[in-house]
Design a protein around this ligand. Structure first.
Ligand SMILES: NC(=O)c1ccc[n+]([C@@H]2O[C@H](COP(=O)([O-])OP(=O)(O)OC[C@H]3O[C@@H](n4cnc5c(N)ncnc54)[C@H](OP(=O)(O)O)[C@@H]3O)[C@@H](O)[C@H]2O)c1
Length: 292
């Protein structure tokens, strides 16, 4: 029987702790219902996207038990369990959901312990590949100490419930504070072509071999829009989304992509887009969009 052709994923791989992941990953948040609450309109479609992602070779999926809540983790489990050996599932703790769809912070040791156990349960695993300690709030990072929260995750790691630790929605100072407590394999912050406040942090982490995982790589709930982006895209005969992903892929080797989509067509388009070759001229033009 003919073996279906699986194109190699753009960007190659990255070493996250003791695991190797594809730099092109998948963010599962958009699989839940509107505003990340409740089930998806198309349950089978959501399962198909997850299976397609893994079928195309993606080995890094980002999720959280707060998505839905519980919805995306349960979809991941339904679609992919028992998980392939190569699959690395990153989750995050630090917030829960309220009835209005808000994201109240929950970072006391007992909250974090509960969230880790909920993630273990909904994903159906004995240890989580990676837990990001999410700080700040919906407006972004806040300058408080990460120590108590991160130390709680370190204790859970020592109990064998977590394999690797990361931090999310954090300041550079919080990254340094966490790294002073235990190894951090990735930082997951908002960053894209138009939001470049972490430029220095990206480079600093690259020099130290730590992954930077931008959330909202396509702009999240507000799609990226810029004249320069549209100009470069039309010159290349590509979509602005494709160019935005290709820019991130080329921006730094430690950047891991986790674009979200609820559509297999968009998933394929994004993989192809991230592999677009951008010239130095394209990069210079795109660099002008959001550089601080
Ligand atoms: N740590 C944190 O605090 C935090 C916060 C937010 C998100 N995250 C993580 O980051 C991941 C990525 O963020 P995100 O999914 O919110 O935002 P995103 O990747 O920037 O954008 C996703 C949006 O873009 C649309 N899209 C994707 N591909 C497209 C294409 N080719 N053409 C047109 N539209 C396209 C999707 O709609 P369709 O479904 O129609 O494709 C979806 O509405 C999330 O899945 C989540 O895992 C983490």
């Amino acid at each position: 029987m003919e073996t279906p052709f699986t194109p190699p994923l753009p960007g190659g791989t990255w070493r996250l702790g003791d695991s190797t992941v594809t730099r092109f990953g998948y963010g599962a948040m958009q699989l839940a219902g509107p505003w990340v609450m409740g089930p998806p309109a198309d349950h089978d479609g959501a399962l198909a996207v997850l299976r397609e992602a893994v079928g195309l070779g993606i080995t890094h999926i980002d999720t959280s038990d707060a998505y839905g809540p519980r919805v995306t983790n349960q979809l991941i489990r339904e679609a992919l369990h028992p998980y392939p050996e190569s699959l690395f599932i990153a989750t995050k703790v630090g917030a829960t959901r309220d009835a209005q769809g808000g994201w109240p912070t929950a970072r006391r040791p007992e909250d974090l312990r509960k969230q880790v156990h909920e993630n273990l349960d909904s994903l159906g695993v004995e240890a989580l590949d990676l837990v990001n300690m999410r700080m700040g709030d919906a407006q972004g990072p806040r300058p408080d100490s990460i120590a108590e929260a991160f130390e709680t995750l370190v204790a859970l790691q020592q109990e064998g419930l977590i394999r690797h630790l990361g931090v999310s929605n954090v300041t550079a100072e919080q990254v340094a504070e966490a790294r002073g407590i235990a190894p951090v394999v990735c930082v997951q912050n908002m960053y894209n072509l138009a939001h470049r406040h972490d430029d220095d942090l990206v480079d600093h982490l690259a020099a130290d071999g730590i992954a930077y995982v931008p959330f909202f790589p396509l702009g999240g709930f507000t799609p990226l829009q810029s004249e320069a982006l549209s100009r470069v895209a039309s010159r290349l005969g590509a979509t602005p989304m494709s160019v935005a992903l290709a820019w991130l892929m080329r921006r730094s080797p430690n950047i891991l992509l986790i674009p979200g989509t609820s559509s297999t067509a968009h998933l394929r388009e994004n993989i192809a887009g991230a592999g677009l070759a951008l010239s130095d001229e394209d990069m210079a033009e795109l660099d002008g969009v959001g550089r601080a």
